[in-house]
Structure formats: C-alpha cells, structure tokens
Design a protein around this ligand. Structure first.
Ligand SMILES: [Zn+2]
Length: 470
C-alpha cells in the first residue's frame, strides 16, 4: 500500500454543495431540485462528515446504516459509508459501497473522488487516475481531487503532471499544507531545492509540526549543502517518527558532512537496525567509514552491498565494483583497485565514476597516458566534471605541462571557487612555475576550506618542507 497520508474530508467540494450545483447547473434552472440536493447534501451528509472528521467512525456508521435501511440505493449515503470504511482502511467494504454508489449515480463526484483515493491507496494508480480524471472533468476546480491526482502522479515520477495539478490546486487553496509539501517534494525530485524550500517554509509556517514537511525540508537543506540547517528539521521529524529510515539516513549524511562521525554512525546504524540490508543505508555507512579513513570497515560494507545488489550477483555491476575499486585505491591496494575498475569498465565502458577513479589511480601510478585516456573520455561525457578537470590538471602538472594544467584548474575553480583539491593542485602548479605568491594564496585557501584536520596538518608540513610558509 502506498504510504498515504490520511486525507481529511475538508475539501471545498464537500463543504460547498452550492459550488457543485453551480458547476453542474450553471443556470440554476430548478430551484426545488437544487434545494433538495442542498438539503440532502449538506445537512445529512455534512453531519456524517463531521463525525468522520472527528474520527467518530462507529457513530457515523450507525446513522448511515439506518439511513441505508430506509433508502438502500441512496448514492450519497453509500458514498459516506464508503468514506468511513476507507478511513478505517476496510478497503473491500469501501469499494463495495463506492462501486454501488457509482452504479446508481455515475456522476456522484464525491464517490468518484473517494474511489480514486481508495484505488490509489491500493496501488491501483491507473484506476485512481480514471476516477479522478472523471471527477475533474465534471468539476475542474475541486482542489482536493487536484491534489490527490498530483500525488498519484508523484508516485509515478511524472513531475510535470504533479506540478500542473498542484499549481492549480494551490491557486484555489494557497494554504493547503498537504499540497505544499507534495509540491515541495516534487521540486526536490527535480533538484529545484530553492523552490522546494519556499513551499515547505510556507507549509511549516501554517503547521510547524508537520512531520513529512519537516523531513522534506531537512532533505532540501542537505541537498543545498546547508547541513547545519538540516539537522533541527530532521531531529524534530524523528521525534514523531523515531524509526523513519529516510530521516535517519538523511541526518547521518548531514552529520558526515559536518564530520560528526559518531553521530552519523549512530543514525545509520539505527536505520540499518530498523531496515536491515537497506542499500541506501549501507552506502551511506560506507561513505562515513571512508571519510573516517576506516577502509577495512568500508570494504566490508562494500562487499555486503555487492551481495545484496541483484545486478552484482550476475555481473557484478559497474557501480558497486567501481566503488570497491575506489576503496582498494584508498587503501593503497592498487592491484586490487585496478582489477575492480577494469571489470567495472568492461561492464559499462562509459561509467563516469569508474572512469574518474581509474583515471586518478593511473595518475598516482605515473601512467599519465592511460590516465588522460580515461579522463578525456569522462570529460567528453560530462564536460564540466570538477574532479575530472582537476585530475587532468594534476596529470598535466606531473608531466610538466603547467600551462595546460592551469587552464583546466581555472575551469574547475570557476565552477567551485572553494574546491579544496583544485585549489591545492593549482597552488602546486604555481609553485612549479615559481609563482610563489600565487601558490601560497591557493594553498592557504585550500587549507582553510579543508575539513579533514589530519590531512590539513599533513599538507601544512609538506608546504613547510617546500619552503612555503603558510
Ligand atoms: Zn551492484
């Protein structure tokens, strides 16, 4: 079942029978018919809906059952009972009532919408869309149905349709927190984090404790590299849902970036306890171990991931074997690294990650021609890859081709002026060019942005030995 958030029945559709009447009968031709519709709709149904909203399901059922005894074919009463069953997650009963309601009155908008929701909750997305399309054909301004249809599209990863539906829904009802958080999430799915933040900020202004919106905003902050800002949101969301793997993983990643490794490990281990063998959690833990330079532990997780990955059991797949090759490289086990990276690139000759890592490995092994082959191929695929530009700059520098090196490094630093690795390599290149002032400026800056303390001290010692007093 989809992780559906229970909807309230607060749609304007259900509160405003007048609106529907106008939509269906623009000329309001029959006053009496309208009055009867209105009474049926708002008094009886309204009372039951209130009970549903108050979660007094059994009370609502008692009344509705009585009404259906007298009038078993009342489409609206059937809808309300279907709605109660839907809220109680008695799906079979809900479908029975809603189907019957729609047999009697195929244009019963409320029943259509409710069945759409029921279908969605049962992962029948195509059926859900059919119902919602029909509802919205008859009554295009039903904001609740628009939000629901947007949510169905969200699960189909069709972000254009998500935005189309939610933009319209939010025009009608700008403070719908549910709509805001779904649109926010859809923006995250499209890497439009600033837009996502706008929606989530607004949603959280209205309802500061909305767990889902808190989690989504935490994720958006993390993606924007605002790691510190992401922590309080994720922490607050975890107060309500302490076992949420997505939030735990996300906070672990933020802590890793902030180099608070103990906290990061605690989160990711808890995530793995709640959801053993979750590949995302394992990948995150592997990265934490890598940042801590605990390569043996990273290697164990890497092997574990290859066991879990369905592709690795057949191939193994380029991503996982490439990742293990990188750990071997970091351990200084160059032969194993080379073997894994070759296998990864046999599987997938254009694998960006494996190309980048093998290029760097060749660089370290002084195999400059081989390194350039990999890096050039990578830059053909991704012309602005900052690591590739920096690595090629480094290879050129080692070859004594300083001017070519500076061109690549300038390009890299234009993309990210605070890239510690690119700053360090350009600084070293300036040193070789006897431009010591420029060298000191870059190396100094690279040390300032470098977060790894041990590495910083090591580099500082090297610079001092080179006669550069930074
Ligand atoms: Zn794999």
């Amino acid at each position: 079942m989809s992780p559906v958030i229970r909807f309230t029945t607060s749609a304007d559709l259900r509160q405003g029978p007048v609106k529907i009447w106008k939509q269906i009968n623009p000329n309001k031709s029959n006053k009496y018919k309208f009055l009867s519709f209105f009474i049926k709709f708002s008094i009886f149904i309204g009372q039951k809906l209130l009970k549903i909203r108050q979660k007094k399901y059994d009370e609502a059922l008692k009344d509705i059952n009585k009404a259906l005894e007298i009038d078993p074919n009342n489409s609206y009463a059937l809808w309300v009972r279907g709605e109660v069953n839907l809220k109680k997650e008695n799906f079979d009963e809900a479908f029975e009532d809603l189907n019957k309601a729609l047999e009697i009155d195929p244009n019963n908008l409320c029943a259509l919408e409710a069945r759409g929701e029921a279908n969605f909750m049962n992962d029948k997305n195509d059926e859900a869309l059919k119902d919602l399309d029909k509802t919205l054909e008859i009554y295009p301004n039903n904001s609740h149905a628009l939000v629901l249809r947007g949510y169905v599209y969200y699960f189909q990863d069709d972000y254009d349709e998500v935005l189309k539906n939610l933009n319209k829904a939010l025009e009608i009802n700008p403070s719908d927190v549910f709509a805001l958080r779904i649109r926010g999430d859809a923006y995250i799915g499209q890497d439009k984090f600033e837009e996502a933040l706008k929606d989530l900020d607004k949603g959280l202004e209205i309802n500061p404790n909305n767990t889902y919106a808190l989690r989504a905003r935490g994720r958006a902050y993390k993606s924007l590299k605002k790691y510190k800002e992401s922590i309080p949101d994720l922490t607050k969301s975890l107060e309500t849902e302490p076992d949420n793997v997505l939030a735990l993983n996300c906070r672990a990643e933020s802590y890793r970036e902030l180099r608070e490794f103990d906290k990061a490990l605690k989160d990711v281990n808890q995530a793995l306890q709640n959801s053993p063998n979750d590949p995302d959690s394992l990948t995150i833990r592997l990265d934490i171990y890598k940042s801590m330079r605990k390569y043996e532990a990273a290697l164990t997780d890497s092997n574990e991931l290859m066991k879990l990955c369905p592709h690795c059991s057949r191939c193994p797949c380029a991503n996982h074997i490439g990742a293990r090759g990188n750990i071997y490289r970091l351990m200084g086990k160059y032969e194993e690294a080379h073997k894994d990276l070759n296998r990864a690139l046999e599987q997938d000759p254009k694998n960006i990650y494996a190309l980048s890592i093998r290029g760097r490995l060749y660089g370290v092994l002084d195999k400059y021609e081989d390194a350039l082959k990999d890096i050039n191929k990578l830059l053909e695929i991704v012309p602005n890859d900052i690591w590739a530009l920096t690595t090629r700059g480094d290879v050129y520098r080692r070859q004594g081709n300083f001017n070519a090196a500076i061109i690549d490094l300038n390009k890299a630093l234009k993309i990210d002026p605070e890239h510690s690795f690119a700053l360090r390599i350009r600084g070293m290149t300036y040193y070789s060019l006897n431009k010591h002032k420029d060298a000191i400026r870059d190396l100094d800056k690279s040390l300032k942005v470098e977060k790894d303390r041990d590495f910083k001290i090591k580099m500082l010692n090297i610079y001092h030995r080179m006669g550069l007093y930074i």
